[in-house]
Design a protein around this ligand. Structure first.
Ligand SMILES: *Cc1c(COP(=O)(O)O)cnc(C)c1O
Length: 378
């Protein structure tokens, strides 16, 4: 089955009982038990819910894993994965990891005596140098946020395997349509389903997908124990989002490519970051491990005042946090997604006060370009 077909035929799209072409929203907390000696498949919705199960099964199929688990947000999913760790463990994480993941590691898991080293994950030698005897997990994100740096997932998986380290990839920017890390040897995939999987800026959710039954058992234990499950209605919204994932992303990344090429030619722009551009340093590596450049790009304006003017004056772009919706969103990383990373750290990473990030939606890309141009001229 080609991926376009698979998105609609995961095997979880029909209501078995009625044949309805939509999974019912099982809005129930508990389930009647006829025989207490033989508990039914579902007994309590934290432990399992049929709508959630449909979403989880669909995501396992789409990531080409064995199991997937749905959480109340992307951060709940990431926190569940980090909860695989125990006191004394060491984590290696990409230095330009999502701001919330950075905060979770440095200010929350830190309290449980879990140490973290941040490295430039685009350089496999830097990762290798960071490995200690107690290193247990490697946390990656490619393309990274907001500079769209590319990490070699196959090489990382190989290196980690040699050292018994669990590899985790935050696949939010790509979605399983454009990149499937489990197929490249990665152990755990996480998503903020809030973004491309939901796709309509109307739901928060998180997914963890794995291809190993033992890891699956641990993630399920954490999901049920910590309790940050996704509610049935939001599971249904994600199931609906999945059906249009390909058509949305195809159109959105076409728009992103148009914007990237257009921005490159503007004299108010210093630099454009988009893995779809041939001059992007990670371009060829990215296309060896992914099926498209995605719908997120960023650029540096000439001068902080210009960047702020654009953020303040765009009309079609909504200046907001988040990405992956059908409407285009412009964000200002230093004040939004990366505000929790200290300024000194941000400087080192190249996340400047002139940087703007764009998530391209379904508007006509020519209108989006004019929107930016009009904002600059204000
Ligand atoms: C948004 C985001 C998250 C966090 O997800 P929430 O659903 O907001 O909790 C994690 N990683 C990436 C790359 C994101 O963009």
């Amino acid at each position: 089955m080609k991926y376009a077909t698979k998105l609609l035929h995961t095997g979880n799209e029909i209501d078995e009982q009625t044949g309805a072409l939509s999974v019912p929203i099982y809005q129930a907390s508990t389930f009647k038990q006829d025989d207490v000696d033989n508990p039914p498949q579902y007994d309590y919705s934290r432990s399992g819910n049929p709508t959630r199960a449909a979403l989880e099964n669909a995501m396992a199929v789409l990531e080409n894993g064995t199991n997937a688990y749905a959480f109340s947000s992307g951060m709940a999913a990431i926190s569940a994965v980090l909860s695989l760790l125990k006191a004394g463990d060491h984590v290696i994480a990409a230095q330009d990891i999502y701001g919330g993941t950075y905060r979770a590691l440095t200010r929350h898991f830190f309290k449980y005596n879990i140490d973290v080293s941040f490295v430039d994950a685009t350089d496999i030698n830097k990762i290798e140098e960071a490995i200690r005897p107690n290193s247990r997990m490697l946390v990656l994100e490619t393309p990274s946020n907001p500079l769209l740096k590319i990490t070699d997932l196959r090489a990382c998986a190989q290196l980690a395997k040699k050292h018994n380290i669990i590899t985790v990839v935050d696949n939010t920017f790509m979605s399983p349509y454009l990149q499937r890390p489990l197929e490249l040897g990665i152990d755990v995939v996480v998503h903020s389903a809030t973004k491309f999987i939901g796709g309509h800026s109307d739901v928060l959710g998180g997914i963890v997908a794995v291809k190993d039954k033992n890891l699956a058992k641990h993630i399920y234990f954490i999901q049920n124990t910590m309790g940050a499950v996704l509610n049935p209605h939001d599971c249904w919204l994600l199931l609906r989002g999945i059906k249009t994932l390909k058509v949305r992303l195809d159109a959105e990344q076409q728009g992103a490519m148009y914007l990237a090429q257009w921005l490159k030619k503007q004299d108010f722009v210093k630099r454009v970051y988009y893995p779809g551009l041939e001059e992007h340093p990670g371009h060829s590596l990215h296309f060896r491990q992914a099926y498209g450049a995605g719908a997120v790009l960023s650029f540096e304006a000439k001068g902080v005042a210009t960047a702020k003017k654009i953020a303040a004056n765009v009309k079609l772009f909504f200046t907001a946090v988040s990405l992956g919706g059908v409407e285009s969103i412009l964000s200002y990383p230093v004040k939004m997604s990366h505000a929790s990373i200290p300024q000194e750290e941000r400087k080192k990473l190249g996340i400047t006060d002139e940087l703007l990030r764009l998530s391209i939606g379904l508007e006509d890309p020519e209108d989006l370009a004019m929107d930016i141009l009009n904002a600059v001229k204000q």
